[in-house]
Write a protein that binds this ligand. Structure first.
Ligand SMILES: CC(C)(COP(=O)(O)OP(=O)(O)OC[C@H]1O[C@@H](n2cnc3c(N)ncnc32)[C@H](O)[C@@H]1OP(=O)(O)O)[C@@H](O)C(=O)NCCC(=O)NCCS
Length: 177
């Protein structure tokens, strides 16, 4: 699938691991509102990628990767949890700075929700976001996520504790408003 000249697709075995490493390294340098704060080594990134491919193959995870030619612009994941939690799906989303504010985040999120609903038929689709990440929260709210829980002072970001906010995708069948 294409979006404004960018290719959106699942990961492929032939993908450049270095492209994924460059992407995550840039977000870490930016100190984006993400949990990760340590740049992976090439070896760690290879392990990460192998696990993604394997989980996608096993049907445990959906991953949509955005490519601007050889450049990895961002990705969006939907991960099925395990065991008695396996009806719950957690969403993750991050883009390089230059690809933000153009509707790509919204496109990916809507796409992954549709795919996750079809594939996993989940009870809950949820995500976690830092309290100060208002841009992401605006997007999530627009799509239909609502805050259901908050772990106070949970994440140390930029020398300051942030609440971890849990948001649930609410539809007519769920009673949360
Ligand atoms: C959060 C993120 C994925 C949003 O993706 P995006 O492509 O920039 O967002 P879109 O252009 O699709 O915008 C969708 C909605 O997000 C909100 N939004 C986007 N940019 C915004 C801004 N600068 N200020 C306020 N709200 C904003 C708006 O609600 C917007 O809808 P609108 O255009 O109707 O107003 C992206 O900013 C990002 O990757 N940030 C860094 C990593 C991150 O924080 N990931 C989320 C971790 S939980």
């Amino acid at each position: 699938m294409m979006f404004k000249g960018l290719e959106i697709r699942p990961p492929k075995k032939s993908d450049s691991i270095k492209a994924y490493l460059d992407f995550i390294s840039e977000l870490i340098d930016e100190n984006a509102f993400l949990l990760i704060n340590k740049k992976p080594t090439m070896k760690e990134q290879k392990v990460w990628f192998k696990e993604r491919l394997s989980n996608v193959k096993k049907g445990k995870e959906i991953l949509l990767c955005v490519w601007d030619g050889e450049r990895h612009a961002g990705n969006c994941s939907a991960k099925k949890e395990m065991w008695k939690n396996d009806q719950n799906v957690e969403i993750g989303l991050a883009l390089r700075k230059e690809y933000r504010g153009k509707g790509l985040g919204e496109k990916l999120l809507r796409e992954i929700i549709e795919l996750a609903r079809k594939k996993f038929k989940p009870k809950n689709i949820y995500l976690r976001v830092f309290d100060e990440n208002k841009i992401a929260q605006n997007l999530y709210h627009k799509i239909g996520f609502r805050e259901i829980a908050r772990f106070p002072n949970w994440v140390l970001h930029d020398g300051k504790y942030q609440d971890a906010v849990y948001m649930l995708l609410v539809d007519k069948s769920r009673g949360v408003t």
